[in-house]
Design a protein around this ligand. Structure first.
Ligand code: BTN
Length: 229
């Protein structure tokens, strides 16, 4: 398959349902900001089509909920995972999973890519996989079911308790309270990072507060005020 997100969107235009598209590999896997997503056999690639009955401004929280769900399952497997805004899942600063959230009028597609039984990555990717971390092979289908069950628990909180969800996200974040630089596409901004109850990044600097809905974190200063990475 080319991309589960592309097929999910095509099908979502034709039928008013919620469903999942799953692939064993992708020939044109897509990542955020027009990047490609390395999608060889052995990884988990799926897209979930949802038709939320809450306000559009809460849609970004769906991606955050999926990031939390993946991090929770990794925890259960004994792998300590962190979230990098908006939805990157990192293990020891290496990317293990990514989420591509796309919305169109009445549906929302949350595309999930997890490096599972993959050992080699292109040199320019700072990535790891579950099998690398665990030294064992895992069933991708088993993992998907675990992630979806966990996601359900976070998804209902978008309606019932956003504060709880955001607090959980803060606890998992690799950025909150740190000085970060964000590429907005037309320039960069810097500040101390936090997140608001709509899942947007809040940057504070010199008494000013800036709300960032979309962007790419390009630098993170260590909490001790040390080196950038
Ligand atoms: C990112 O971190 O940049 C997001 C990566 C999202 C990859 C997944 S794999 C399944 C779904 N289909 C795609 O084409 N992309 C997402």
């Amino acid at each position: 398959m080319s991309s589960t997100n592309d097929l999910a969107k095509e099908l979502a235009e034709k039928r008013c349902e919620e469903f999942i598209v799953l692939a064993e590999s992708q020939t044109s896997g897509r990542g955020r900001n027009e990047r490609s997503w390395y999608s060889p056999p052995g990884g988990l690639y799926f897209s979930l089509v949802l038709r939320p009955d809450f306000d559009f401004d809460k849609y970004p929280l769906i991606g955050l909920a999926m990031g939390l769900a993946i991090a929770q399952i990794l925890d259960d497997l004994g792998i300590e995972a962190k979230l990098k805004w908006p939805n990157d899942v990192l293990v020891n600063d290496k990317k293990i999973a990514g989420i591509l959230a796309e919305s169109k009028h009445n549906y929302f597609v949350v595309g999930v890519g997890v490096n599972v039984n993959n050992y080699d990555f292109p040199d320019d990717l700072r990535a790891t996989s579950l099998s690398t971390e665990l030294g064992d092979v895992l069933s991708t289908k088993w993992l998907m079911v675990k992630i979806l069950k966990s996601f359900e628990g976070f998804y209902v909180r978008i309606l019932k308790g956003v504060k709880e969800l955001i607090d959980e996200y803060r606890g998992r974040s690799s950025l909150i309270g740190k000085e970060v630089e964000v590429d907005l596409g037309n320039g960069t901004v810097e500040g101390r990072a936090d997140i608001d109850d709509r899942g947007r990044l809040i940057l504070t600097r010199g008494g000013f507060r800036r709300v960032v809905g979309a962007g790419e974190i390009t630098k993170v200063k260590r909490a001790e005020g040390g080196k950038n990475r």
